[in-house]
Design a protein around this ligand. Structure first.
Ligand code: TXA
Ligand code: MG
Length: 348
């Protein structure tokens, strides 16, 4: 299959191209598109066969449900069995935007879209290209991140092309995404909202709207005996080809530990920040942004993990990050990429 990579100008969207992309979706095909979080791989969510094509293109396990993307509130009422008042308040506060909510599903949502679950994940993205594609494609677009299963999520159309070339007919190129980490997922089928995947919308932002809210215990438990509730959170993910370790402790000790490893293993990869870059004289050093601006770190993380795949690096050591606020999402993705390998260099 030929994969067409088409540039879209967000300010002046070509109606002709958006219509053509919508037709591919309506005919049961796949289109990759930008959202504000990461690029998505879209299919008609209400067409079971179409949604199944996503699993084949990504090599994704079929028990891992998809998020249904909508463009307006009326669409939510047609797929969610009931909409609790917390959900209405969260939608009011954060939609359109990087928040996904889990509801009990209506009959019309095929179980092929929800991995056999009786619940459905719904998100209203803010990216204009995504919204127009949803409208042109029939109103309900199932879309996981547009990477091959297990690889870092794509934050540019080129990342999508690397993974999906020959597997899908069309990629809409809207340039690099704004946020760079996937949406926060909140389960609204329990008594209180539960965060199943941390993201740009933080726990405290959610609590500011709903009062009570917590984080899924399966996410916090280190070597989890408690299973995460979002099926996708149990798989190793975002992994670069090289082995990755996260080094924790006071910054000076972290830097000297990583430099020791670098002398022992020439060609070691290092993930650092603007503040520490100059302290690493050797190795393949990549800064993911400034500690003063966590949003810049979030937006570069996946691209940096991908870049290492082109570098013939066998081991990578990364500095670690604060786990408050947006840092919680950053560390969640980094730890998953590292298969939870952490090294603590604090003095005991
Ligand atoms: O930002 C995002 O959410 C991006 C963009 C494209 O919108 N999408 C995305 O989709 O990250 P994906 O498929 O890569 O991740 C979806 C996550 C998986 O961990 C999946 O298990 C979980 O959502 N999920 C989906 N439906 C669920 C449900 N009904 N109950 C629990 N978890 C669910
Ligand atoms: Mg994904």
């Amino acid at each position: 299959m030929q994969t067409e990579l088409v540039k879209i100008d967000r300010e002046q969207m070509s109606h002709h191209i958006m219509k053509r992309a919508g037709e591919i979706l309506q005919n049961g095909g796949l289109v990759a598109f930008p959202t504000e979080t990461v690029y998505g791989l879209g299919a008609d969510a209400l067409n079971e066969e179409a949604a199944q094509k996503i699993y084949a293109a990504k090599g994704r396990p079929s028990d891992n449900p998809l998020i249904v993307h909508i463009a307006d509130m009326e669409a939510l009422g047609r797929i969610a069995e009931s909409i609790p008042k917390e959900a209405k308040a969260l939608a009011e506060a954060f939609w359109p935007g990087p928040l996904t909510m889990i509801f009990r599903k209506k009959e019309c949502v095929p179980s092929g879209t929800t991995g056999g679950l009786s619940t459905v994940a719904v998100r209203m993205p803010s990216d204009e290209i995504a919204r127009e594609l949803i409208r042109q494609g029939g109103g309900y677009i199932a879309a996981p991140s547009a990477n091959v299963s297990g690889r870092p999520s794509p934050t540019t159309a080129q990342h999508v092309y690397e993974d999906m070339k020959g597997r899908i007919p069309m990629i809409l190129d809207g340039g690099p995404v704004r946020i760079g980490l996937e949406s926060t997922i909140v389960d609204l089928t329990e008594e209180h909202p539960v965060i199943l995947r941390p993201g740009y919308i933080t726990l405290s932002m959610i609590r500011s709207i709903t009062g009570e809210a917590e984080v899924d215990r399966g996410l916090i438990a280190d070597n989890s005996t408690v299973r995460p509730k979002a099926p996708g959170m149990k798989y190793r993910h975002y992994a670069p080809r090289a082995e990755l370790w996260i080094v924790e402790g006071p910054m000076e000790r972290v830097v000297s530990y990583i430099n020791e490893k670098c002398s022992a293993f020439p060609g070691t990869g290092i993930i650092c920040t603007e503040e520490t870059r100059e302290y690493y004289p050797d190795g393949v050093v990549k800064s993911i942004g400034s500690r003063k601006d966590e949003r810049s770190i979030a937006s570069h993380l996946f691209a940096v993990l991908r870049e290492f795949d082109g570098e013939h690096v066998e081991r990578i050591y990364s500095e670690s990050f604060d786990t408050q606020g947006l840092g919680q999402a950053i560390m969640n993705r980094l730890l998953k990429a590292a298969g939870h390998q952490k090294i603590d260099v604090s003095e005991k």
